[in-house]
Design a protein around this ligand. Sequence first.
Ligand SMILES: [Mn+2]
Length: 317
Amino acid sequence: MNKIINTIQQNNTFNLYMHVSPDGDTIGSALALHASLLSMGKNSTLICDDTPAKHYEFLYEKYSIVAPEKAQTAPVSIAIDCADFKRMGRSRLQFEKSPTTINIDHHFSNPSYATYNYVEGHASSTGEIIHELLKQLVITINLEIATYLYTAISTDTGSFSYSNTTPKCHLLACEFIELGIDVARLSSQLMNSRSLGKTRLLSLAISKLELFFDDKIGLIYIEQSDLAALGVRPEDCESIVDYIRDIDTVEIAIFIREMNNNKYKISMRSKLYADVGSIAQVYGGGGHVRAAGCPIAGDFNEIKADLISSAERLLHE
Ligand SMILES: [Mn+2]
């Protein structure tokens, strides 16, 4: 932490990187650090492979997020909520050009790939770590920064409902609410806002649900042709896996999305006891005990059978 603080204090220009298919944690955390660096009179550029999903747009109206190819090389690059290089996508090439790199994250599986790494696996979210960093940089948390950090923490804890929710999450929420964030508006925009296309995708996804082992394992597979037929984007698949997990009999939820050339993106969730992170790690992916993911290449039917049998083993552990 001290080395990261010194690096921030001694430099003037920073590139901040979010992960591919950006979620509320990577976006909120990056925006909080971005706004803080600007308030310190420094230059900062927000970089991401993908445009965030529409319901996050209201958060970064005053800033722009650029593709890695359009960014200039900065003396310092900071990866935010990127569990590994794969999570950074094409941005990795730009990230690695910086002489000094920083990695701020909360995934236990993070291999500490940067010059300076601040990885706290016990933190609920990267937003919680950014809050600590800003405190140490003696940045005043204003309403704007509070809004970003609340977004990061509330989205990564499923509105303070997942097992990673700690007293600290609530204490921070308390601090942000005291600063005047609009909880009702934020919740409605972040959690309860869904486009018509995404709603139709959800309907299709649920019609494709398959259940295994006394309905304890649920699986949905979405093909590229499904997305094309509905005119929706890959990131619109973001929360489908949660609908599988929410079925009362399900312990393990598996969502498979076809990418291209026999490549598949797997997202997994568990409800109470199964460690889906252990499955993701076998395939070189990452995540947490209750939420994990990985890309897998190969024959679809083999991948599906492997995932189901790995998941079944977890049911008996
Ligand atoms: Mn996160």
